[in-house]
Design a protein around this ligand. Structure first.
Ligand code: CAA
Length: 379
């Protein structure tokens, strides 16, 4: 297996690193404190092409591979996981979903706008009573001939308020169970579609997470993605790729915490020497570096498999499971290395620790990843 990154990959990595340091870092503590959406920064992400990285150029995207995407995700996540989840949902759930399964008309109408960053997208699967148990959709999309009538509530929707285009999963025929579920493209401003409560979150506080309410929302049939009943398969297939993005986010959070800790360990003195010279700290850093490298290899492997059009379901789930656990563990160690300073905001590691937690929960909890992996083992 070739682990070398191409010149193009290295250029993307450097561009993402520069953007994160120069444009995401300033004001990050305030945005986190105030749970303020990074509107200006997202605009810049659009200008720099981070919002439609893998979208083919004919639809206005960057036409890049998944490896480039995970490299960019890692760099942004080292600093700002709120910004990177906005990017992740737009790229690997919404843009990818439309590109892989949308009609030409849907791509022209919606994908072009999303790739250009004219608006951002939201992926609406979770409900108050359906998180991990995603087949239990209570939101309905009643077939009314040439349109669907949508009713229900979606919960914990990333980009909930800021998005203009939403991919909404809903049940059309309950008797057919998950094979009676559809995915509909619903634009903000459609009558009956209202943005609900904003969540006050532990981490990724600057990303806007909302409930979305649908009351008798009329959606034309042409806005359905795929054949009738394809919605659940659509959600699962799209999430397989999404999980690579979140794995890269977790990797970036862990690597960001490690880099800060390595630097701090060479600045802070205790007992007459740099704390790096104490074996207790060296062992922590050595273990962090090793686990982060292992997570990185899993993430790159999953991305490469996707780029080579090979089966990546198991690899993506393994990457997310492992990288998110590494993120939670490494950020906790980072706080410990920083001691009292680690527990206050200006040293950044406490935010990374809070941000890390969600990577074990969204786009499939760690328990769901284990389920996916186990099923793949005997497939
Ligand atoms: N890839 C492709 N297809 C899949 C799949 C996968 N990973 N997992 C299941 N499927 C297909 C199955 O093949 C089956 O299709 P057929 O009937 O045609 O054969 C169908 O989906 C139903 O599968 P199961 O019978 O296995 O259904 P289940 O209820 O036993 O389990 C599950 C399904 C794996 C638990 C699934 O519900 C799941 O992944 N849950 C987690 C949901 C999730 O990840 N939510 C994240 C929310 S989105 C989010 O977080 C975005 C954000 O804002 C950041």
């Amino acid at each position: 297996m070739n682990f070398n990154l191409s010149e193009e990959h290295l250029a993307v990595q450097e561009a993402a690193r520069d953007f994160a340091r120069n444009e995401l870092l300033p004001g990050i503590i305030e945005r986190d404190n105030e749970a303020r959406f990074p509107a200006e920064q997202v605009k810049r992400m659009a200008e720099l092409g981070f919002l439609g990285m893998m979208v083919p150029p004919e639809y206005g995207g960057g036409g890049m591979d998944t490896v480039s995407y995970v490299l960019a995700m890692e760099e942004l996540s080292k600093i700002d996981a709120s910004a990177s989840v906005i990017m992740s949902v737009n790229n690997s759930l919404v843009c990818y979903g439309l590109e892989a399964f949308g009609t030409e008309a849907q791509k022209q109408k919606y994908l072009t706008r999303l790739a250009a960053g004219e608006t951002i997208g939201a992926f609406c699967l979770s409900e108050p009573e359906a998180g991990s148990d995603a087949t239990s959709q209570a939101t309905t999309a009643e077939d009314k001939g040439d349109y669907y009538l949508v009713n229900g509530t979606k919960n914990w929707i990333t980009n909930g308020n800021s998005s203009g285009i939403c991919l909404v999963i809903a049940q059309t025929d309950r008797e057919k169970k998950h094979r009676g579920i559809n995915c509909l493209i619903i634009e903000k401003g459609t009558p009956g579609f209202v943005v609900g409560k904003k969540e006050d979150k532990m981490g990724i506080r600057a990303s806007d997470t909302h409930s979305l309410l649908f009351t008798d929302v009329k959606v034309p049939k042409e806005n359905r993605i795929g054949e009738d009943g394809f919605g659940f398969k659509f959600a699962m297939s799209t999430l397989n790729g999404g999980r690579i993005g979140i794995a890269a986010q977790a990797l970036g959070i862990a690597a960001g915490a490690y880099e800060l800790s390595l630097k701090y360990s060479q600045e802070r003195k205790a007992f007459g020497k740099q704390i790096f010279d104490h074996q207790a700290i060296q062992f922590k850093l050595a273990e962090m570096a090793t686990k982060i490298e292992a997570a990185r290899l899993l993430v790159y492997k999953a991305a490469r498999l996707k780029d080579e059009h090979k089966d990546y379901v198991r690899a993506a789930a393994m990457a997310k499971l492992f990288a998110s656990d590494v993120a939670m563990w490494a950020t906790t160690e980072a706080v410990q290395i920083h001691g009292g300073y680690g527990y206050v905001k200006e040293f950044h590691v406490e935010r990374l620790m809070r941000d890390a937690k969600i990577t074990q929960i969204y786009e499939g909890t760690s328990e769901i990843q284990k389920l996916v992996i186990a099923r793949e083992l005997i497939r």
